[in-house]
Each structure stands twice: as C-alpha cells, then as structure tokens.
Design a protein around this ligand. Sequence first.
Ligand SMILES: Cc1cc2nc3c(=O)[nH]c(=O)nc-3n(C[C@H](O)[C@H](O)[C@H](O)COP(=O)(O)OP(=O)(O)OC[C@H]3O[C@@H](n4cnc5c(N)ncnc54)[C@H](O)[C@@H]3O)c2cc1C
Length: 340
Amino acid sequence: MSQAAPERHETDLLIIGAGPAGLYGAYYAGFRGQRVALMDSLPEAGGQVAALYPEKQIFDVAGFPAIKGQDLVDNLVAQAGQHEPRYFLGHRAEELVHHEDGEHITVRSHKGAEVQCRAVIITGGIGTFSPRPLPDAEEFEGRGLMYFVPRLEVLRDLDVLIVGGGDSAFDWAMNLEDIARSITLIHRRERFRAHERTVEHVLASSVDVRTKTEVARIIGADAPASDDRTAIKGVEIFHNESDEREILEVQAVVAALGFKADLGPLKEWGVQLERRKILVDTRMTTGVDRVFAAGDITTYDGKVDLISVGFGEAATAVNNAVTTIDPSARLFPGHSSDQA
Ligand SMILES: Cc1cc2nc3c(=O)[nH]c(=O)nc-3n(C[C@H](O)[C@H](O)[C@H](O)COP(=O)(O)OP(=O)(O)OC[C@H]3O[C@@H](n4cnc5c(N)ncnc54)[C@H](O)[C@@H]3O)c2cc1C
C-alpha cells in the first residue's frame, strides 16, 4: 500500500505554538499582509488556556473584566481567522533548517510535514506538555478517565472522583459542584497545594474531601459500555496509612496530577536558553537568524509570564519579523482602526 507523501506548505511566517501569544501573532501577521501558518503539538489551539483551564474565568486580560478561558481562545481563533492561517495541529516542530539562500527556513514536524517560510516565531510557552498519568489506567483514558475537563457539561449528573490536591483539582471540584451528581476529592497527602480560598470554599461545600487517600484501581462496567459515560462503574480507594479500602460508585475520574512540560526539540535550534526559556532582546530576536520568540517561552530582565505580556511580545515579534522579511517595510504597522 502506498503511503501519502508528507505534507509540504509554503508561507511567509511560521508560528510555532498556537497558545494565546501564537494566535495573536497570527492575527498580526495577517494584518501586516503576511501569509501565516501555525504549528502546535496539541490537537486543539489555545495552549495552556484551552488545555488546562478552559472553564476558568480570567480577570486580567485587557478590555475584558472577566472572560472564560475557552471564550478567550475562541475569540483569538476568530480574530486570527480573518487572515486564514494554515493550522498544523497535532504536529510537534522537530527540526529547523536554514536554506543556503539565507532567506528561507524549513521546519519539519514529527509527522514529516514541512513548512517553508521566511521567518519563524516561537511561541512555545512551557514547551509541549502532557498530563502525569494515573498508573495502570490507560484503558479508561477518554472513557470516563480524564486529565482535564474539556467542558463541564460532559460530567452532568455523574458521580465524579477527583484525584489531586492542587489548584486544578480544587477548581474542577468548585466548578462541577452544581453539575455533577456527587463529587469526591481524594489527595494522597494531608496538606493541599491549592489556593487557600478555593480550598476553604470546597471544604465548606457538598464535596466529600479525603486526605491520605489514593486510587487502588478503576473498576470497569460489567457489560461492554454503550458510551463513555458508562465505561466505569466504580473506583477502589485506600487510605495510605491504615490501608482501609472502600469502593466508590463513580462513573468518571478526573485525575489532576499535574503536567510534565518539555522544551524538547526547540533546545537544539541554537537559541540562547536561560533556565529553560529563550533569551530575547527588545525586538524579540533569539540570536538565530530569522527566528523570533514571544510569550511564556521568552525571558529577559523583568519578564512577567502573563497572557497580556505575551500579546504585546507577539505584536513586537511579528512587526520585527516583517522588517526582516522585507527590509523596506516599516516597523510600525499603522493603526488597525485606519483599515478601510
Ligand atoms: C491554571 C492556570 C491559570 C492561569 N491563569 C492566568 C490568568 O488568570 N491570567 C494570565 O495572564 N495568565 C494565566 N495563566 C498563564 C497563561 O496561561 C500563560 O501565560 C499563557 O498561556 C502563555 O501563552 P503562550 O502562548 O506564551 O504559551 P502556551 O499557552 O503555553 O502555548 C504554547 C503552545 O506551544 C505548543 N508547543 C510547545 N512546543 C512545541 C513544539 N515543539 N511544536 C509544536 N508546538 C509546541 C504547546 O503545545 C502549546 O500549545 C495561567 C496558567 C495556568 C496553568
């Protein structure tokens, strides 16, 4: 059987990382008349916001007194969409090669897609990230066991076990309180790492919180499950000092055990790294010809890792990249409000 040829694409600007900084950069690239492509190892755009806290309210994005994480991502995707960026989602950028003409770069993904461009902006955040898995539970992943909750509604009227003692575990517990039928939260330690106010809220709620308690095993449904809401019929938990065991009747498990982040291949691209971040100057250059960076992945004296800071850096990176692609172009883009 013949295999499909790897995808090849040509564009002006390639942005690696479709988090808030990358998505805003894609809008800006289009505003500057550039063709733009976005590559991200995750299957969905939105970076940390979409993957880790889509249902949380964010209060410090300029112009929005409060906005839900996923709504911010949807707005960014719509704003970038005006310029029809080409998305390579589910593609981890692996290799960056400069052409001999000194004016082009090709980036290859782990799936073999090749994007030829004239400048690259790395908006890779904390790198590629994956959840710390619950041991021996692979068979239930996506079938009742989840590492983050894509939409609260998927857990409506279910009995839910949340595992973990950090912010995510407590945030899910708080947000699911009026949606799930019942919630039990277990944590293997005595003390929680979550924000004090959230812990207080959850402890005062109907959520059954147990410490020094861990998962022994997930118990699958007796008959083959007709849907993902019925694949789990319970979880055996145990107290890690007394070894007292109990079976909880739950249909869903949210394992909020944290994420592993890895800069991975970006480390090999010759950019100057300082504490796992890319050192940039005021133009957002990285020291590698035609390669810029913006967002959480960058560092410099006084750097603050925030969405709003990443937006500003993305605009700076794109405008400077444009003057590299076309040295006769002006750095200042003009005002978007002057567009016809
Ligand atoms: C629970 C939580 C709450 C937060 N609350 C707030 C808040 O209220 N306000 C605020 O301002 N900030 C908040 N933050 C921080 C905020 O989410 C980050 O500052 C922001 O997401 C950074 O955006 P970014 O685009 O730079 O990177 P990211 O959002 O990290 O996106 C980077 C993307 O790059 C991709 N990537 C990395 N390496 C590669 C590769 N080699 N190939 C392809 N793709 C790659 C990743 O998959 C990821 O999608 C919060 C963070 C967390 C975890």
